[in-house]
Design a protein around this ligand. Structure first.
Ligand SMILES: Nc1nc2c(ncn2[C@@H]2O[C@H](COP(=O)(O)OP(=O)(O)O)[C@@H](O)[C@H]2O)c(=O)[nH]1
Ligand SMILES: [Mg+2]
Length: 333
Protein backbone atom coordinates (compact mmCIF):
# COMPACT_ATOMS: atom_id res chain seq x y z
CA UNK A 1 0.00 0.00 0.00
CA UNK A 2 1.47 3.38 -0.95
CA UNK A 3 2.20 5.82 1.86
CA UNK A 4 -0.28 8.70 2.20
CA UNK A 5 2.33 11.43 2.58
CA UNK A 6 -0.03 14.45 2.63
CA UNK A 7 -2.13 12.68 5.26
CA UNK A 8 0.95 12.04 7.35
CA UNK A 9 2.10 15.65 7.04
CA UNK A 10 -1.30 16.90 8.20
CA UNK A 11 -1.28 14.45 11.13
CA UNK A 12 2.24 15.44 12.18
CA UNK A 13 1.46 19.15 12.03
CA UNK A 14 -1.58 18.49 14.19
CA UNK A 15 0.71 16.78 16.70
CA UNK A 16 -1.01 13.43 16.26
CA UNK A 17 1.06 10.72 18.00
CA UNK A 18 0.02 7.91 15.68
CA UNK A 19 1.12 9.99 12.69
CA UNK A 20 4.44 10.76 14.38
CA UNK A 21 5.00 7.04 15.04
CA UNK A 22 4.13 6.09 11.48
CA UNK A 23 6.40 8.80 10.09
CA UNK A 24 9.33 7.68 12.24
CA UNK A 25 8.78 4.07 11.17
CA UNK A 26 8.85 5.33 7.60
CA UNK A 27 12.15 7.21 7.99
CA UNK A 28 13.66 4.14 9.68
CA UNK A 29 12.72 1.88 6.81
CA UNK A 30 15.36 0.87 4.29
CA UNK A 31 12.84 -0.16 1.60
CA UNK A 32 13.37 1.82 -1.59
CA UNK A 33 9.72 2.92 -1.88
CA UNK A 34 9.70 3.93 1.80
CA UNK A 35 12.85 5.96 1.34
CA UNK A 36 11.28 7.79 -1.56
CA UNK A 37 8.17 8.49 0.53
CA UNK A 38 10.38 9.59 3.45
CA UNK A 39 12.16 12.11 1.21
CA UNK A 40 8.81 13.46 0.06
CA UNK A 41 7.64 13.69 3.66
CA UNK A 42 10.75 15.53 4.84
CA UNK A 43 10.60 17.95 1.95
CA UNK A 44 7.01 18.76 2.89
CA UNK A 45 7.98 19.22 6.53
CA UNK A 46 11.13 21.17 5.69
CA UNK A 47 9.58 24.62 5.53
CA UNK A 48 8.77 24.28 9.21
CA UNK A 49 12.43 24.16 10.20
CA UNK A 50 13.94 25.89 7.18
CA UNK A 51 15.82 29.07 7.82
CA UNK A 52 14.95 29.28 11.45
CA UNK A 53 17.34 28.20 14.15
CA UNK A 54 16.32 29.26 17.59
CA UNK A 55 12.72 28.90 16.45
CA UNK A 56 13.12 25.15 16.23
CA UNK A 57 13.65 22.63 18.97
CA UNK A 58 16.49 22.59 21.44
CA UNK A 59 18.46 19.51 20.38
CA UNK A 60 20.60 17.89 23.04
CA UNK A 61 22.67 14.71 22.99
CA UNK A 62 23.05 12.84 26.28
CA UNK A 63 25.82 10.30 26.58
CA UNK A 64 27.77 8.20 29.06
CA UNK A 65 28.64 4.57 29.66
CA UNK A 66 25.80 2.05 30.10
CA UNK A 67 24.54 2.28 33.67
CA UNK A 68 25.67 5.87 34.29
CA UNK A 69 22.01 6.83 34.57
CA UNK A 70 21.11 8.44 31.25
CA UNK A 71 17.57 7.08 31.04
CA UNK A 72 16.87 7.90 34.68
CA UNK A 73 18.21 11.43 34.16
CA UNK A 74 16.05 11.88 31.05
CA UNK A 75 13.00 10.74 33.02
CA UNK A 76 13.64 13.39 35.70
CA UNK A 77 14.52 16.12 33.20
CA UNK A 78 11.68 15.27 30.83
CA UNK A 79 9.04 15.36 33.54
CA UNK A 80 10.37 18.69 34.76
CA UNK A 81 10.26 20.10 31.22
CA UNK A 82 6.73 18.95 30.44
CA UNK A 83 5.57 20.40 33.78
CA UNK A 84 6.96 23.74 32.72
CA UNK A 85 5.07 23.68 29.43
CA UNK A 86 7.50 22.01 27.05
CA UNK A 87 6.87 19.11 24.73
CA UNK A 88 9.72 16.63 24.87
CA UNK A 89 10.83 14.06 22.31
CA UNK A 90 13.34 11.36 23.28
CA UNK A 91 15.27 9.40 20.69
CA UNK A 92 18.01 6.83 21.11
CA UNK A 93 21.10 5.90 19.16
CA UNK A 94 22.48 2.58 20.31
CA UNK A 95 25.19 0.85 18.31
CA UNK A 96 24.83 -2.32 20.39
CA UNK A 97 21.27 -2.67 19.16
CA UNK A 98 22.63 -2.47 15.63
CA UNK A 99 24.70 -5.56 16.38
CA UNK A 100 22.36 -7.56 18.55
CA UNK A 101 19.03 -6.45 17.18
CA UNK A 102 17.90 -5.69 20.73
CA UNK A 103 17.26 -2.16 21.85
CA UNK A 104 18.47 -1.34 25.34
CA UNK A 105 18.12 2.42 25.21
CA UNK A 106 15.18 4.74 25.23
CA UNK A 107 14.37 2.29 27.94
CA UNK A 108 10.76 2.82 28.90
CA UNK A 109 11.13 0.93 32.17
CA UNK A 110 13.39 3.77 33.37
CA UNK A 111 11.00 6.35 32.00
CA UNK A 112 7.73 5.22 33.50
CA UNK A 113 6.30 8.65 34.16
CA UNK A 114 7.61 10.23 30.98
CA UNK A 115 6.34 7.45 28.74
CA UNK A 116 2.84 8.01 30.12
CA UNK A 117 3.11 11.79 29.69
CA UNK A 118 0.95 13.14 26.84
CA UNK A 119 3.51 15.89 26.26
CA UNK A 120 6.39 13.48 25.77
CA UNK A 121 7.22 11.08 23.01
CA UNK A 122 9.83 8.34 23.51
CA UNK A 123 11.25 6.32 20.67
CA UNK A 124 13.75 3.51 21.19
CA UNK A 125 16.66 3.03 18.83
CA UNK A 126 15.88 1.46 15.48
CA UNK A 127 17.02 -2.13 15.86
CA UNK A 128 18.45 -2.71 12.42
CA UNK A 129 20.99 -1.22 10.11
CA UNK A 130 24.38 0.42 10.29
CA UNK A 131 25.26 3.25 12.66
CA UNK A 132 25.09 5.52 9.60
CA UNK A 133 21.61 4.27 8.84
CA UNK A 134 20.50 4.69 12.44
CA UNK A 135 21.93 8.22 12.44
CA UNK A 136 20.07 9.06 9.24
CA UNK A 137 16.84 7.75 10.76
CA UNK A 138 17.45 9.67 13.99
CA UNK A 139 18.15 12.96 12.26
CA UNK A 140 14.96 12.59 10.27
CA UNK A 141 12.97 11.48 13.30
CA UNK A 142 14.15 14.68 14.98
CA UNK A 143 12.68 16.74 12.13
CA UNK A 144 9.40 14.85 12.40
CA UNK A 145 9.24 15.57 16.14
CA UNK A 146 10.00 19.26 15.60
CA UNK A 147 7.30 19.54 12.97
CA UNK A 148 4.90 17.92 15.44
CA UNK A 149 5.62 20.69 17.94
CA UNK A 150 8.15 19.04 20.25
CA UNK A 151 10.37 21.92 21.30
CA UNK A 152 12.98 19.85 23.15
CA UNK A 153 14.54 16.77 21.58
CA UNK A 154 16.86 14.62 23.69
CA UNK A 155 19.01 12.00 22.00
CA UNK A 156 20.34 9.30 24.32
CA UNK A 157 23.43 7.43 23.22
CA UNK A 158 25.93 5.10 24.85
CA UNK A 159 29.52 6.13 25.23
CA UNK A 160 30.75 3.41 22.94
CA UNK A 161 32.50 3.58 19.61
CA UNK A 162 31.51 6.18 17.08
CA UNK A 163 28.01 6.78 18.38
CA UNK A 164 28.89 9.83 20.47
CA UNK A 165 30.63 11.62 17.65
CA UNK A 166 27.73 10.76 15.38
CA UNK A 167 25.19 12.16 17.81
CA UNK A 168 27.31 15.24 18.54
CA UNK A 169 27.06 15.92 14.82
CA UNK A 170 23.31 16.30 14.96
CA UNK A 171 22.58 18.22 18.16
CA UNK A 172 23.12 21.78 19.41
CA UNK A 173 24.65 20.77 22.71
CA UNK A 174 26.16 17.62 24.09
CA UNK A 175 25.79 16.57 27.71
CA UNK A 176 28.13 13.96 29.07
CA UNK A 177 27.25 12.06 32.22
CA UNK A 178 29.99 10.37 34.19
CA UNK A 179 30.56 8.80 37.60
CA UNK A 180 32.90 9.62 40.45
CA UNK A 181 35.91 7.37 40.41
CA UNK A 182 38.56 9.07 42.45
CA UNK A 183 41.98 9.23 40.90
CA UNK A 184 41.13 8.42 37.32
CA UNK A 185 38.67 11.16 36.37
CA UNK A 186 40.39 11.89 33.11
CA UNK A 187 41.15 8.30 32.24
CA UNK A 188 37.54 7.44 32.88
CA UNK A 189 36.61 9.87 30.16
CA UNK A 190 37.84 9.04 26.73
CA UNK A 191 39.86 11.79 25.15
CA UNK A 192 37.51 12.25 22.21
CA UNK A 193 34.63 12.91 24.56
CA UNK A 194 36.27 15.99 26.03
CA UNK A 195 36.35 17.45 22.55
CA UNK A 196 32.61 17.09 22.04
CA UNK A 197 31.19 17.53 25.55
CA UNK A 198 29.60 20.94 26.16
CA UNK A 199 28.45 20.17 29.68
CA UNK A 200 29.71 17.41 31.99
CA UNK A 201 27.84 16.14 35.02
CA UNK A 202 29.03 13.65 37.61
CA UNK A 203 25.83 11.68 38.15
CA UNK A 204 24.60 9.65 41.13
CA UNK A 205 25.70 12.42 43.47
CA UNK A 206 23.34 11.20 46.18
CA UNK A 207 23.59 9.49 49.56
CA UNK A 208 27.08 8.24 50.35
CA UNK A 209 28.35 9.13 46.92
CA UNK A 210 27.66 12.84 47.15
CA UNK A 211 30.99 13.94 48.66
CA UNK A 212 32.96 11.77 46.31
CA UNK A 213 31.03 13.12 43.33
CA UNK A 214 31.69 16.69 44.34
CA UNK A 215 35.42 16.19 44.67
CA UNK A 216 35.49 14.31 41.37
CA UNK A 217 33.72 17.23 39.70
CA UNK A 218 36.16 19.73 41.19
CA UNK A 219 39.12 17.68 40.03
CA UNK A 220 37.73 17.36 36.53
CA UNK A 221 36.83 21.04 36.32
CA UNK A 222 40.40 21.92 37.27
CA UNK A 223 41.81 19.63 34.58
CA UNK A 224 39.50 21.14 31.99
CA UNK A 225 40.52 24.66 32.89
CA UNK A 226 44.09 23.67 32.11
CA UNK A 227 43.10 22.14 28.79
CA UNK A 228 41.18 25.25 27.77
CA UNK A 229 43.52 27.79 29.35
CA UNK A 230 43.95 31.03 27.49
CA UNK A 231 41.22 30.76 24.90
CA UNK A 232 37.84 32.45 24.88
CA UNK A 233 36.12 29.22 23.90
CA UNK A 234 33.30 27.74 25.94
CA UNK A 235 34.80 25.76 28.79
CA UNK A 236 32.55 22.79 29.56
CA UNK A 237 31.26 23.26 33.11
CA UNK A 238 31.45 20.24 35.39
CA UNK A 239 28.51 19.77 37.74
CA UNK A 240 27.13 17.10 40.01
CA UNK A 241 23.61 15.75 39.89
CA UNK A 242 21.37 12.84 40.75
CA UNK A 243 18.85 11.81 38.16
CA UNK A 244 17.36 9.31 40.58
CA UNK A 245 16.77 11.87 43.35
CA UNK A 246 16.15 14.70 40.93
CA UNK A 247 18.99 16.74 42.47
CA UNK A 248 20.55 19.53 40.39
CA UNK A 249 18.93 18.19 37.23
CA UNK A 250 17.53 21.64 36.52
CA UNK A 251 20.93 23.22 37.10
CA UNK A 252 22.48 20.89 34.57
CA UNK A 253 19.75 21.77 32.10
CA UNK A 254 20.30 25.46 32.69
CA UNK A 255 23.97 25.04 31.82
CA UNK A 256 23.00 23.24 28.62
CA UNK A 257 20.83 26.23 27.72
CA UNK A 258 23.73 28.53 28.64
CA UNK A 259 25.89 26.68 26.15
CA UNK A 260 23.25 27.17 23.49
CA UNK A 261 23.04 30.85 24.33
CA UNK A 262 26.83 31.06 24.12
CA UNK A 263 26.63 29.82 20.52
CA UNK A 264 24.26 32.66 19.81
CA UNK A 265 21.87 32.90 16.89
CA UNK A 266 24.64 33.11 14.28
CA UNK A 267 26.74 30.41 15.89
CA UNK A 268 23.78 28.07 16.05
CA UNK A 269 22.87 28.79 12.46
CA UNK A 270 26.36 28.04 11.20
CA UNK A 271 26.68 24.96 13.40
CA UNK A 272 23.45 23.60 11.97
CA UNK A 273 24.49 24.50 8.43
CA UNK A 274 27.76 22.59 8.88
CA UNK A 275 25.80 19.67 10.26
CA UNK A 276 23.53 19.73 7.21
CA UNK A 277 26.53 19.57 4.91
CA UNK A 278 28.06 16.71 6.87
CA UNK A 279 24.67 14.98 6.88
CA UNK A 280 24.42 15.39 3.11
CA UNK A 281 27.64 13.46 2.64
CA UNK A 282 26.59 10.88 5.22
CA UNK A 283 23.44 10.31 3.17
CA UNK A 284 25.52 9.90 0.03
CA UNK A 285 27.86 7.40 1.71
CA UNK A 286 24.90 5.53 3.14
CA UNK A 287 23.19 5.33 -0.25
CA UNK A 288 26.39 4.19 -1.98
CA UNK A 289 26.92 1.47 0.61
CA UNK A 290 23.34 0.35 0.05
CA UNK A 291 23.83 0.25 -3.74
CA UNK A 292 26.98 -1.78 -3.25
CA UNK A 293 25.01 -4.29 -1.21
CA UNK A 294 22.33 -4.53 -3.89
CA UNK A 295 24.70 -4.61 -6.87
CA UNK A 296 24.06 -7.65 -9.12
CA UNK A 297 27.60 -7.40 -10.52
CA UNK A 298 29.11 -7.54 -7.03
CA UNK A 299 26.74 -10.32 -5.99
CA UNK A 300 27.86 -12.39 -8.98
CA UNK A 301 31.53 -12.46 -7.93
CA UNK A 302 31.35 -11.87 -4.17
CA UNK A 303 31.66 -15.51 -3.07
CA UNK A 304 34.48 -16.24 -5.43
CA UNK A 305 36.45 -13.16 -4.41
CA UNK A 306 35.88 -14.04 -0.78
CA UNK A 307 37.20 -17.57 -1.28
CA UNK A 308 40.26 -16.36 -3.16
CA UNK A 309 41.13 -13.73 -0.55
CA UNK A 310 40.71 -16.25 2.28
CA UNK A 311 42.88 -18.76 0.40
CA UNK A 312 45.58 -16.13 -0.02
CA UNK A 313 45.30 -16.26 -3.81
CA UNK A 314 44.18 -12.66 -4.16
CA UNK A 315 45.58 -9.59 -2.43
CA UNK A 316 43.15 -7.14 -0.88
CA UNK A 317 43.84 -4.26 -3.34
CA UNK A 318 43.33 -6.52 -6.35
CA UNK A 319 40.18 -7.99 -4.82
CA UNK A 320 38.87 -4.48 -4.13
CA UNK A 321 39.57 -3.43 -7.72
CA UNK A 322 37.67 -6.44 -8.98
CA UNK A 323 34.63 -5.68 -6.79
CA UNK A 324 34.63 -2.03 -7.83
CA UNK A 325 34.88 -3.02 -11.49
CA UNK A 326 31.96 -5.39 -11.02
CA UNK A 327 29.98 -2.57 -9.38
CA UNK A 328 30.81 -0.13 -12.16
CA UNK A 329 29.81 -2.84 -14.64
CA UNK A 330 26.20 -2.65 -13.34
CA UNK A 331 25.64 0.55 -15.27
CA UNK A 332 26.85 -0.97 -18.52
CA UNK A 333 24.08 -3.55 -18.43
N1 LIG B 1 22.10 6.25 43.18
C1 LIG B 1 21.72 6.54 41.94
N2 LIG B 1 21.41 5.54 41.08
C2 LIG B 1 21.03 5.88 39.84
C3 LIG B 1 20.93 7.23 39.43
N3 LIG B 1 20.54 7.24 38.14
C4 LIG B 1 20.39 5.96 37.74
N4 LIG B 1 20.68 5.13 38.77
C5 LIG B 1 20.61 3.66 38.73
O1 LIG B 1 21.61 3.18 37.84
C6 LIG B 1 21.10 2.11 37.04
C7 LIG B 1 21.21 2.44 35.56
O2 LIG B 1 20.36 3.53 35.23
P1 LIG B 1 19.91 3.88 33.75
O3 LIG B 1 19.16 5.15 33.79
O4 LIG B 1 19.24 2.73 33.09
O5 LIG B 1 21.33 4.08 33.05
P2 LIG B 1 21.69 4.21 31.48
O6 LIG B 1 22.16 2.85 31.03
O7 LIG B 1 22.81 5.21 31.42
O8 LIG B 1 20.47 4.67 30.75
C8 LIG B 1 19.68 1.88 37.51
O9 LIG B 1 19.68 0.85 38.46
C9 LIG B 1 19.29 3.19 38.16
O10 LIG B 1 18.32 3.07 39.15
C10 LIG B 1 21.24 8.26 40.37
O11 LIG B 1 21.18 9.47 40.10
N5 LIG B 1 21.63 7.85 41.61
MG1 LIG C 1 19.40 3.95 29.11
Amino acid sequence: MPVDVPGLVAGIRAGNRASVSRAITLVESSRADHRAAARELLTALADVSAGSTTGTAVRVGISGVPGVGKSTFIEALGVHLTRTGHRVGVLAVDPSSVRTGGSVLGDKTRMVELSADPNAYIRPSPSAGTLGGVARATTQAMLVLEAAGYDVVLVETVGVGQSEVTVAGMVDSFLFLTLARTGDQLQGIKKGVLEIADVIAVNKADGDRETEARSAARELAGALRLVYAGGDAWVPPVLTCSGLEGLEVNTVWQRVLDHRAHLGEDGLRSKRADQQLEFTWALVRDELAERLRRSPGVAAIRDQVRAEVLAGELTAPVAADRLIAAYDGDDAQ
